[in-house]
Design a protein around this ligand. Structure first.
Ligand code: GLN
Length: 540
């Protein structure tokens, strides 16, 4: 029977609940247990798919096509367990399900209320789709004290009553600040946060204290006393130099040991921390450094390209090189400044994106990469921009563009006509924007003798997608005659999935998002190869 671990956060946001949950999941998994991690988000959007990355950071896409919170990316990267549609829920989704049911007459005669109808729905989500898992870790988004997260906290309180305390554990993550002026570590914010949690009926079993420095025993005792938590269950998490150290740090702090002790079970085997030790030392070593230019619209927000940044770092780990990300705002990149602004980079990457703003800067950067033979990697929107650049400058179609932002153009990129998923046909639409893109895992066939086939060492690949527009396949022969090869196609040969340039050291565009499948312990082949090519780039 599954045991449930609920992770809440207090005092401030961005304390690293996702990373803590992911590290705990790794530690439990590597001791022989089957683990699942899920996230509950208190906002009203049905999913983050319609939110700007400025609001919510990256939208992470699962194999089964869910647009989810970026914490699910952390979970996958640390545990290598693929998340599912059923692993992320929002207030919006809960309410829309309940209201739909009400309209169908599902509650006939009853007044529909937050308690019990919304909380029941949340409880159903928590245990949905769980079979032989030993542990289900549920992270609750937001901070204790927010109005929005109340129904979730009430639901987990009820859940632990329903299933018994022996099957549910509450972990609360708080901040323990250091006051420079008085040279003191302060426990009061933690006390208040736990008090808030207790006022809604939740007594945490473990308190994880995020701190800039080691928390002395005296302060830990204080937290233990005031928060009513066993001293051994006051776990400190001191800022780590790289996130790959997190599982090691939590192991040293005995987080996994205390969790197993709580549930009165034993470790099946010693967790293997060597892979994390190895990559931590590689990352912290003074390796050769290379600069990769990322030209995008959301470069000023740290989390907007989370998986991409991680995947590039993984590529660096595989090549023993430190990858510096040089973020360049696409709409500030003027044509005549490209060579100056990109002077120091050994590779150029255009990530996924939406809308017209900044496209001309991206196109100018691609032209520069193509002509100067600098390694170029175009992801999703980046591949579409590479097609536009080539059409304009090599095929001489001056008004070539995408119907996404120019309805009167020569459409080298247009709305996807239709696609097939598990035997069902879907059609592209610009009307209902929520959840209607071509989402999730799709197969691509790779062309013989192509660069891409050498990189993947396979005839067929499966990668995650998130797009509404596609490369116009009718123009294929024109592109290929001039050296831009469509080297990956959907199995029915209708959707271009990969493009590559002949006579260029490394120029590849992909319609999918390989960054979602890269893992620190198994870097993605495309990122590995791109960083290798960039490391070998001696031009300029
Ligand atoms: N806006 C483009 C499309 O919808 C690309 C999307 C993306 O980069 N994820 O097709």
């Amino acid at each position: 029977m599954a045991r449930y671990i609920f992770v809440t956060g207090g005092v401030v946001s961005s304390l690293g609940k996702g990373l803590s949950s992911a590290s705990l999941a790794y530690l439990l998994k590597s001791q022989g247990y089957k683990v699942r991690i899920r996230k509950m988000d208190p906002y009203l959007n049905v999913d983050p798919g319609t939110m700007s990355p400025f609001q919510h950071g990256e939208v992470f896409v699962t194999d089964d096509g869910a647009e989810t919170d970026l914490d699910l990316g952390h979970y996958e990267r640390f545990t290598n367990i693929s998340s599912k549609q059923s692993d992320n829920i929002t207030t919006g989704k809960i309410y829309s399900d309940v209201i739909k049911m009400e309209r169908q007459g599902g509650y006939l005669g009853k007044t529909v209320q937050v308690i019990p109808h919304i909380t029941d729905r949340i409880k159903k989500f928590i245990s949905k789709d769980i079979s032989n898992e030993d542990f289900v870790i549920c992270e609750i988004g937001g901070t204790v004290g927010d109005i929005e997260s109340l129904p979730f906290l009430e639901a987990i309180r009820q859940f632990s009553n329903d299933h018994g305390r022996s099957r549910s554990l509450f972990v609360h993550l708080t901040l323990v600040p250091f006051m420079k002026s008085s040279d003191e570590i302060k426990t009061k914010p933690t006390q208040h946060s736990v008090k808030e949690l207790r006022s809604i009926g939740i007594q945490p079993d473990i308190v994880i204290c995020r701190s800039e420095q080691h928390i002395p025993l005296e302060q830990r005792k204080k937290i233990s006393l005031f928060c009513n938590v066993d001293i051994e269950n006051v776990i400190e998490t001191v800022d780590v130099k790289t996130i790959y150290e997190a599982p090691i740090s939590f192991y040293n702090q005995k987080l996994d040991k205390q969790v197993l002790k709580y549930f009165k079970i034993k470790s099946k085997k010693k967790p293997n921390l060597n892979p994390w030790k190895n990559i931590t030392s590689t990352v912290l070593k003074n390796n050769k450094e290379i600069n990769i230019g990322i030209i995008g619209k959301y470069v000023n927000l740290k989390d907007a390209y989370k998986s991409l940044d991680e995947a590039l770092t993984h590529g660096g780990i595989a090549n023993n090189v430190k990858v510096n990300l040089v973020r360049i705002e696409s709409d500030k990149l003027k044509k005549n400044e490209v060579s100056k602004k990109l002077k120091s980079v050994s590779g150029i990457l255009i990530p996924g994106g939406f809308g017209k703003r900044g496209t001309e800067g991206k196109i100018a950067a691609i032209k520069f990469a193509r002509e100067k033979k600098i390694p170029f990697f175009g992801i999703c929107f980046g591949m579409q921009m590479a097609i536009i650049e080539f059409a304009r400058n090599k095929l001489n179609i001056k008004n070539a563009s995408s119907t996404e932002f120019d309805k009167k153009c020569f459409p080298v990129i247009g709305l996807i006509h239709e696609w097939n998923r598990n035997g069902k046909v879907f059609k592209g639409t610009e009307k209902n924007l929520g959840g209607t893109m071509r989402l999730g895992l799709y197969t691509a066939k790779l062309k013989n003798n192509s660069a891409i086939k050498k990189i993947y060492k396979s005839n067929e690949i499966k990668e995650r997608h998130r797009h509404r527009y596609e490369v116009n396949n009718n123009q294929r022969s024109k592109f290929e005659k001039k050296g831009l090869i469509f080297s990956g196609m959907s199995p029915d040969n209708k959707l271009p999935e990969i493009i590559e340039l002949k006579n260029h050291p490394w120029f590849i565009g992909v319609q999918f998002h390989p960054e979602f499948k890269s893992r620190p312990l198994s870097p993605h082949p495309l990122f590995k190869s791109f960083i290798k090519a960039s490391k070998n780039y001696h031009g300029k």
